[in-house]
Design a protein around this ligand. Structure first.
Ligand code: 5GP
Length: 226
């Protein structure tokens, strides 16, 4: 693992301690209004930071051109989604723009138990559910530089009709007020700078005493009182 993953030399053995080893992974939640660019940001982030994975959600939304089942999302029918929800398979789920989206509890648990950090890119309703269930997480809200720039971006990507764009902007007006319930806010004014800030947040969270406790104790154990 690179230094980004926090290694420290073992002075007694000359081998590095891996900070990720033996600790439970950290859950990160990234939310942002549609069109803010969060998917691009997070894809860049997981490429840059070792030991950080991007969660793959389930959705009842049909795949868009170029999207692949099992890669972008797990695309399933509404019936199957409702059956999974009824079985308690989701850590959180929500109806967003008329389609279901959810995070599988078992996938999340498997990743965190394997000491890997995980990013959920979910809407504000899903983030609220995770928090209200008392699941430890670090929330990051990504804001566009302004409402005008968000509208331009939504029109520029020409994926949606004018009516759909209007609906997304209306939802954005409500969502931005939730940013105060997250731990961090990142403004996506320029892609590289915003990715840098996200990376800084992940690395800072990994340096917290509670995340570093096992490694710190190993190092402290090499200090013998004279
Ligand atoms: P899109 O259809 O554009 O891919 O996503 C629409 C919205 O659904 C985005 O705000 C995205 O963050 C949210 N979303 C994607 N996956 C999940 C999920 O698993 N749970 C929740 N609550 N929202 C999700």
């Amino acid at each position: 693992m690179s230094s980004d993953g926090q290694q420290s030399a073992d002075p007694s053995q000359g081998r590095p301690f891996d900070a990720a080893q033996g600790r439970r992974g950290q859950l990160f939640i990234v939310s942002a209004p549609s069109g803010t660019g969060k998917t691009t940001l997070v894809e860049r982030l997981v490429q840059l930071v070792p030991n950080l994975r991007l969660s793959r959600s389930y959705t009842s939304r049909p795949a868009r051109a170029g999207e692949r089942d099992g890669l972008d999302y797990n695309f399933i029918s509404r019936d199957r989604f409702e059956a999974m929800a009824g079985d308690g398979a989701f850590l959180e789920y929500a109806d967003v723009f008329g389609n279901y989206y959810g995070t599988a509890a078992a996938d999340t648990e498997a990743t965190l138990a394997s000491s890997q950090d995980l990013v959920l890119v979910i809407d504000v309703q899903g983030a609220r559910q995770v928090r209200s269930r008392g699941i430890e997480s670090v929330g990051i809200f990504v804001l566009p530089p302004s409402a005008g720039i968000l509208a331009q971006r939504l029109r520029g990507r020409s994926k949606d009709s004018e009516e759909e764009i209007g609906r997304r902007l209306e939802v954005a007006c409500r969502e931005v007020h939730e940013c105060g319930t997250y731990e961090y806010v990142v403004v996506n004014d320029a892609l590289d700078a915003a990715v840098d800030r996200l990376r800084a947040i992940v690395l800072a969270e990994r340096a917290r005493v509670k995340a570093m406790r096992a490694v710190a104790e190993k190092i402290i154990g090499t200090f013998k009182p004279s």
